[in-house]
Design a protein around this ligand. Structure first.
Ligand SMILES: [Zn+2]
Length: 462
């Protein structure tokens, strides 16, 4: 072969190598141990995630991914865990401003005598915005990338969530009594429809219809809410079978236990995110499974309000998807989903006197891929897989409470704390880096929360 041909081949080789290296991506997270939560359950050491736009485009050994992609930015995760962002599948973000306002009471006493009156007095759009910002800051710093919410003025929650760059399924609350935002059912319905229509195609916000509970929304209104959700093809978020008291009330009024009551109304479907589900019958569990309902387990809220212990092991056996939620900060009192993972893994062991129930891995899955299934988003989030949205976190593993490390799931379930989260990425955007919030103004948010606390304290003292 003529030397010029060799030169040409050499050039071609260079060109290929160059074009491979030049495949541009926006962000590369390199060198970490990837806890992928993918269908194979892979844990990959010294690996990398490449991100283009809001999507994951590659997951693999660091050397291979680095050889193939030219990132605009690189984040080093050596010695750390990289995993899917956590899903907090139930909360009332603005209620952070009621954190610790009234503790240690039964749900109905707490709601009727403290929370509903406090909400009637204080909750307006500015309150909702301030409380939501505080909640988003707490959640983002702790590694939550998606939150499912239900509150009043949900349009403001959605606006704050989108501005902060977090993801959310955000439900406009619907109740039969006059609420802080809407005084009649007609106004509530119209506001909910306008809210859903407005946010319908947003990349971060999925609007939802959120009838509060079977005991606060009449059968007619529940059916109207379902029709609205059907019309716009959006989720329904509802508290369900939370307490024995609720069960007695619904049986007394409608001669059916809460899950059956909703089923009779035609409310149960794969668009439903049912929160708590502490008191279903065994037959009702089969109904939930058959109807494709996702369940949100809020173990700490259920413990604090003494609501009971949800039959999560039975749900897992039936392969009903279960997510974890903190519930609002007034009933928990923080938005730390790591604590829910820890509690979910322990509560059922002691309740059933069986230490093999709800493994560390299962509990971590509830905050990631199984949680994504329960909120009907598993095709987009919940695992580190090519094609999924780039929602991921980098977790430090070098603190005294984390050494030594033998089993990643054990560490993630039983020792990791919100404060161990170093970096939070949502849809490819870095919203927390090295424990610093990038999209939320920490100083202003904390000052505003203190201001509200002073006003609430003064007004309640009168
Ligand atoms: Zn709740």
């Amino acid at each position: 072969m003529h030397w010029s041909s060799w030169l040409w081949l050499f050039g071609l080789g260079l060109q290929t190598a160059f074009s491979r290296a030049a495949e541009p991506v926006d962000l590369l997270v390199r060198g970490g141990t990837l806890v992928t939560m993918d269908p194979q359950g892979r844990v990959l050491s010294d690996s990398a995630v490449a991100i283009a736009g809001d999507r994951i485009v590659a997951v693999g050994p660091t050397a291979e991914v680095e050889a193939r992609y030219e990132p605009k930015r690189t984040l080093d995760a050596a010695g750390r865990i990289v995993m899917p962002g956590l899903i907090n599948a139930h909360g009332h973000a603005p209620m952070t401003l009621f954190r610790g306002l009234s503790d240690d009471r039964a749900l109905m006493d707490w709601l009727r005598n403290y929370i509903f009156p406090a909400e009637a007095k204080f909750v307006d759009e500015a309150f909702v915005r301030a409380g939501t910002r505080l909640a988003l800051l707490e959640m983002a710093l702790g590694g939550t990338t998606t939150h499912v919410d239900m509150y009043y003025f949900e349009d403001a929650v959605a606006d704050e969530t989108a501005q902060a760059g977090l993801r959310g399924i955000l439900g406009q609350a619907m109740v039969d009594f006059p609420a802080p935002d809407n005084k009649t059912w007609e106004a509530t319905y119209a506001a909910t429809e306008a809210f859903v229509a407005k946010w319908h195609d947003h990349p971060l916000v999925t609007p939802a219809v959120a009838p509060h509970a079977p005991y606060t929304v009449s059968p007619d209104h529940l059916q109207a809410a379902r029709k609205l959700a059907d019309k716009y093809d959006v989720p329904i978020v509802i508290h369900l079978a939370e307490t024995k008291h609720e069960e007695e009330t619904i049986v007394g009024q409608y001669q059916a236990t809460p899950v059956t009551h909703l089923d009779k109304l035609g409310l149960l479907s794969p668009r439903v995110i049912a929160v708590h589900v502490v008191w279903p019958t065994d037959a009702e569990l089969l109904t939930l499974k058959k109807k494709g309902v996702g369940v949100v387990h809020c173990p700490q809220s259920n413990m604090k309000l003494a609501s009971g212990i949800a039959p999560i092991p039975k749900m897992l056996d039936l392969e009903i998807p279960v997510a974890l939620g903190t519930d609002g900060a007034a009933s928990n009192n923080d938005l730390d989903i790591w604590e829910e993972v820890d509690t979910a893994a322990k509560l059922h062991k002691v309740a059933l006197l069986d230490p093999t129930i709800v493994s560390a891995r299962q509990a971590v899955a509830m905050a990631t891929i199984e949680g994504a299934r329960a909120i009907h988003m598993a095709d987009r989030i919940g695992s580190l897989e090519v094609g999924k949205l780039a929602d991921l976190i980098i977790v430090d593993m070098d603190e005294p409470h984390q050494l030594p490390l033998y089993d990643v799931y054990s560490h993630l379930a039983y020792v990791t704390k919100a404060s161990d989260v170093r970096t939070t990425i949502v849809g490819g955007q870095v919203i927390v880096e090295d424990r610093q919030a990038k999209t939320l103004d920490r100083g202003a948010i904390l000052a505003e929360a203190r201001g509200y606390a002073d006003r609430i304290r003064t007004l309640l003292a009168k």
